[in-house]
Write a protein that binds this ligand. Structure first.
Ligand code: ATP
Ligand code: MG
Length: 418
């Protein structure tokens, strides 16, 4: 994409009304636009990142037989009443509205109930199972606090998956299979080392649920970890009983600030019992289906990536989700010869399957470099009159600042994907 055509512009200063680094940088760089507290629009660059995160999640959920669908944002009051979760005293994040035609609706903050209800149309016998479905949905939640930028939105994108199984063994096998699938997602985002499967508060059916907590100063959770033993415990469930159950002592754990980037819940047969979602078992009896739910905070993850990897100059995207892999920065473009040559390099990179943002603007070198640092593409490729004469390209790795001089051939060899 030509930067001269990009409608978003970088700002000189971070917005004064944001306290969270992720929102400050993302707004300053033109990735997102603030509509109101906790509500952000995703602009072309921001949307590209979001889509890349989603694609990674999609591939890993498909790999464990997840089938993608899309549920509705408007939800039935009566359905949530049937499971006792319509009441604001029970669920404190509801946005609700009334229909002109009469009746009330809720705005989807979660989709366990609607998906479970819908599945009654498709599950009649154990032979229909197992099923796993997932979606990327904009959830609406009336969060009390919205000071963490996109890490805690009133409107945010979540991947939520729901599993349905005929018996406990296959249900638990699926629940366990989601853990490595989730960890693959976080590894591909460059967060693998700092993300922990964490024991957290359970529900009606289990003692614990599992959260995926990523070490991040801007996070809202406190987690106690032991890297060697691969144990992590949310502060909320750090009791003597938990320590005994897990066979670890308090001294072996280190306290860290984390952000919850995902979580998984084992409902057993409780949720299906509440919903009346049953199947015929092998003996022909009607029994409740085994269910689990599995969330990943897509937009929160984007915020975590900014918080963790940004430096004093701006954002630093991991290559896997950067809006563009290469930021081609052309200097001396007032000279037709240099400009034509830079245009040619841009076309050649694109023809080789490279995602390129091409700074073809009429601007000073200093401004271009500052913008390039702020935007945070993994590699900056500089072309200039002098470099052209030398037949070289200056390639700067954003994360390390390492500089390499490459020939045109080497440049293509480095970045070509086809
Ligand atoms: P939290 O404890 O942070 O309030 P939660 O336990 O309510 O989150 P779920 O409802 O299970 O989370 O949502 C699944 C995932 O969605 C969470 O693990 C988190 O990554 C993300 N998420 C939850 N609430 C928000 C929010 N307000 N803004 C952005 N992401 C969120
Ligand atoms: Mg939570």
């Amino acid at each position: 994409m030509r930067q001269s055509k990009l409608f978003t512009k970088t700002r000189k200063e971070a917005p004064a009304d944001e306290v969270a680094k992720n929102a400050q940088l993302l707004i300053q760089a033109g990735y997102i636009s603030k509509e109101m507290a906790g509500v952000y629009a995703y602009l072309p660059l921001g949307l590209r990142v979001q889509e890349k995160v989603k694609q990674i999640v999609r591939e890993e959920m498909n790999a464990i037989d997840g089938q993608e669908l899309l549920m509705t944002a408007l939800q039935k009051k009566e359905l949530w009443e049937s499971t006792g979760r319509w009441d604001d005293a029970v669920v404190d994040v509801w946005f609700k509205s009334t229909l002109k035609a009469g009746g009330e609706v809720g705005f989807g903050w979660s989709h366990e109930e609607p998906i479970g209800e819908m599945m009654k149309n498709y599950i009649t016998s154990y032979k229909d199972l197992p099923i796993s479905v997932y979606q990327f949905q904009t959830k609406l939640r009336n969060e009390m606090r919205a000071k963490s930028g996109i890490m805690r939105g009133r409107e945010f994108v979540m991947k939520d998956m729901y599993s349905f199984a005929a018996d406990e063994a296959s249900h638990l096998a699926y629940y366990e299979a989601t853990k490595p699938a989730y960890m693959r997602v976080f590894e591909r985002l460059g967060l693998g080392e700092d993300t922990f499967v964490t024991f957290a508060a359970g529900g009606a059916f289990t003692k614990f649920s599992h959260e995926f907590q990523t070490i991040c100063d801007a996070g809202e959770d406190i987690t106690y970890i032991n890297r060697e033993r691969g144990i992590a415990i949310n502060e909320e469930v750090l009791t003597d009983e938990t320590l005994t159950t897990l066979g670890i002592t308090r001294d072996e754990l280190t306290k860290v600030t984390t952000a919850e980037v995902g979580n998984i819940f084992n409902f057993g047969q409780q949720k299906a019992t509440d919903l009346g979602l049953t199947m015929k078992d092998t003996g022909g009896a009607d029994v409740p289906v085994w269910m689990g739910s599995y969330g990943i905070g897509v937009t929160r993850l984007m915020g975590v990536l900014v918080e963790k990897f940004a430096d004093a100059k701006g954002i630093v995207w991991p290559e896997s989700v950067a809006p563009f892999v290469v930021h081609l920065v052309a200097l001396n473009t007032d000279e037709a010869e240099v400009r034509d040559w830079a245009d040619g390099i841009y076309a050649s990179l694109q023809a080789r399957g490279v995602d390129v943002l091409y700074d073809d603007r009429d601007a000073r070198a200093g401004e271009k470099f500052a913008d390039s640092d702020l935007l945070g593409m993994p590699y900056r490729v500089v072309v200039s009159k002098k470099l052209k004469e030398l037949g070289q390209f200056e390639v700067v790795t954003r994360q390390t600042g390492a500089v390499r001089l490459l020939s045109e051939e080497e440049l293509y060899a480095d970045f070509a994907t086809n």
